[in-house]
Design a protein around this ligand. Structure first.
Ligand SMILES: Cc1ncc(COP(=O)(O)O)c(C=O)c1O
Length: 355
């Protein structure tokens, strides 16, 4: 079976985790701080604040920017539900924004049009690692704060700089399906000292300088996770290089036959997920079942969040997100795959569509 995704864990990771277990210092300590500094330096940000997941990163970012009841936040309609759920959890209203047919991200124009008098913040997603059009979005939104959901986008680049550099707060995920993993984990990145203090307070029971200054939960990262992350960072370039090679093979083989995600000129994706849109007349569930019978794991590409049960009652109509959510299929892509595996997946998929 060729799996959809597989984290790349080697001897270095095993040794690093074992060393933490032997040290007895298991929760947030020196390794978390080193990991934060390494990621922040890589992305050219002043502060990295490591947390327990990408979802926690989004929740804390909204809280640090004081988004709450009475506010509205813009959010792309096509995604894993975390960003929209985080807005709801903050008590604010989600204003869903449709995505571009080719790039699968919300455009500057769509975000500008969706903005209203009560919009407090815009969440911008680099979907599947494909960079959003950062410069145009910044210009379109002016002084409106942006939270960049770069959960999938470590190592991707806008034409103007690394993904993870767009938001007042940019959020990463280190879930095993992401570019590098800490098991569960995430990070907020910011250049704002005050926001960074708030994030550090909010992740740690509301503590600042030994005082409990606000009621907050525990979203800390463990030393075990940070040790994994630091080891994984050593192989980031290798991971990115291999993902790009594999994605290029897919694009060459499938690009003429199926719609695939396009990347803005001058930008570079990390291909966190490689997706394709099934033609009319094919039901994704049965295509995935037939692929499974041929030894290939494939799955749902993404969700039209406004159509999920958690947003029952939403009357929003966002046709491109709905189209991609209905017809999009995620294909196997992870750095240990061989070129022959990609050929096998392509053969199986085209075989199912031809049958
Ligand atoms: C765009 C996006 N944002 C946020 C998340 C949440 O990250 P985590 O699973 O680390 O909570 C994901 C996870 O898939 C995601 O795809």
């Amino acid at each position: 079976m060729i799996h959809l995704a597989k984290p790349w864990i080697g001897e270095d990771e095993r040794r690093a985790v074992a060393a933490v277990l032997e040290s007895g210092q298991l929760v947030q300590g020196a390794l978390v701080e080193r990991f934060e500094q390494a990621v922040a330096a890589l992305l050219g940000r002043r502060h990295g604040v490591a947390v327990s997941s990408g979802t926690s990163a989004l929740q804390l970012a909204l809280k640090a920017l004081q988004v709450g009841p009475g506010d509205e936040a813009l959010c792309p309609a096509l995604s894993w539900p975390s960003p929209a759920h985080a807005i709801r959890v903050a008590g604010a209203k989600v204003r869903f924004v449709d995505v571009d047919q080719g790039e699968w991200n919300s455009t500057a124009e769509a975000l500008r049009e969706a903005r209203s008098g009560s919009t407090k913040v815009a969440i911008v997603i680099d979907q599947f690692g494909n960079p959003a059009r950062a410069q145009a979005i910044r210009e379109a939104l002016g002084s409106l704060p942006i939270i960049e959901d770069a959960a999938c986008a470590l190592g991707s680049r806008f034409a103007s700089g690394p993904c993870g550099s767009l938001g007042v707060v940019s959020c990463l995920s280190f879930h095993p399906r992401k570019i590098l993993t800490t098991g569960e984990g995430g990070m907020c990145l910011t250049d704002d000292d005050d926001v960074a203090d708030k994030l550090r307070t909010l992740r740690n029971h509301g503590q600042l300088g030994g005082e409990f200054v606000v009621a907050a939960g525990n979203s800390r990262m463990t030393e075990i996770a940070a040790a994994l992350g630091l080891s994984q960072l050593q192989r980031l370039d290798e991971i990115l290089g291999r993902r790009r090679e594999l994605a290029a093979l897919y694009a060459k083989a499938l690009g003429g036959a199926l719609d695939i995600q396009t990347t803005p000129d001058g930008a570079e994706s990390n291909y966190q997920t490689f997706g394709a849109i099934l033609p009319q007349g094919f039901a994704r569930k049965s295509v995935c079942e037939e692929l499974h019978d041929r030894g290939v794991e494939a799955g749902v590409l993404s969700f039209a969040i406004h159509k999920l049960g958690s947003f029952a009652g939403s009357d929003a109509s966002l046709p491109i997100a709905e189209h991609i959510a209905t017809r999009g299929i995620a294909l196997p892509l992870y750095p240990q795959m061989r070129n022959a595996d990609v050929e096998e997946v392509v053969r199986a998929l085209l075989g199912v569509l031809d049958a």
